[in-house]
Design a protein around this ligand. Structure first.
Ligand code: ZN
Length: 298
């Protein structure tokens, strides 16, 4: 008898993960309930008044066993036309010491809840791995861990919503650097901090909030030396180690400019170039609310 490759254990589908189902026919919204095909109506807490034509319902079960329905409706309103003249442009440098530093000199620290949550998650993860597989205790520990993750995700999303709301409301274009984020994720030592800072989530929220108002999110995705270039005179240096926090320019002699604010101003300038290349009109100084380099030193 010829022997075959050793049989493998079957691969189980995850039972506990996030699951979702999408429905676009036979759906209806009632008073405090939703109707899906072939099911008795499901009781639901409906948070907002829903007006328009119902397009689809997506049901989601989270890892902690909560159910959500997201409802897509067509309200018949067109999205606002995108602004052709961009008066105020903000450059945002996303960093490790701060989540966001903008070209106006504002710094948003990485929220502290992430650091606190990390210790909590590690403790719960350890508790879980001590439990015997298949045991009741393990199921409980797993749920505890999933709940902690869910809380963290909610808090983080809330924080990102508030920040992106403010940035988009106050400006007509926001410029971010996306390639740097990718590069930093490759560096494993930095990866954990970055996962925490979760720039991707912030960029996504900026993008759709900008769209909804006809504003612009400019993504700088080609490499440019935002931290190695002087925002005042364009002088470029070969190296700018992370440990050096201020920009002292050998080109124009400017001293003591915060390195991240310098980078944010460069990002903003790149964004203005890109907006103009797309045929949009940006006033001479891009609606700069400050006279430039010197006032940034604060
Ligand atoms: Zn310079």
């Amino acid at each position: 008898m010829s022997s075959k490759l050793p049989a493998r254990y079957p691969r189980f589908k995850r039972k506990h993960g996030k699951q979702s189902s999408y429905h676009c026919t036979g759906i209806k919204l009632g008073q405090g309930e939703i109707k899906l095909p072939k099911l008795t109506p499901i009781k639901a807490r409906i948070h907002r008044d829903i007006t328009g034509t119902l397009k689809s319902i997506t049901l989601t079960r989270t890892t902690t066993g909560k159910y959500y329905a997201s409802v897509l409706v067509d309200d018949g309103e067109e999205a606002p036309a995108s602004l052709q003249t961009v008066g105020t442009v903000l450059g945002v440098d996303m960093g490790l010491t701060h989540l966001a530093i903008d070209s106006e000199g504002n710094k948003t620290a990485n929220p502290r809840f992430l650091k606190q949550a990390r210790a909590n998650l590690r403790r719960k993860q350890k508790a879980l791995s001590r439990c015997q597989k298949g045991s009741k205790g393990r199921a409980k520990a797993r749920l505890k861990l999933a709940k902690a993750h869910e809380r963290l995700a909610n808090t983080r999303a809330d924080f990102q919503h508030k920040l992106s709301r403010q940035l988009i409301d106050d400006n007509q274009a926001v410029v971010v650097e996306t390639l740097k984020v990718k590069n930093m994720l490759k560096n494993r030592k930095l990866a954990k901090h970055i996962a925490d800072a979760s720039w991707y989530g912030l960029i996504q929220k900026l993008a759709y909030k900008a769209d909804a108002q006809g504003k612009h999110l400019v993504k700088i995705d080609q490499w440019f030396a935002s931290t190695k270039t002087c925002a005042g005179c364009g002088h470029k240096v070969d190296k700018m180690p992370l440990s050096i926090r201020t920009w002292d320019c050998p080109g124009c002699g400017t001293k003591g400019i915060d390195r991240d604010i310098n980078a944010a101003i460069n990002i903003r300038q790149q964004g203005i170039i890109k907006l103009r290349a797309e045929g949009l009109s940006v006033p001479a100084n891009g609606g700069m609310r400050q006279s430039g380099h010197a006032s940034v030193a604060a």
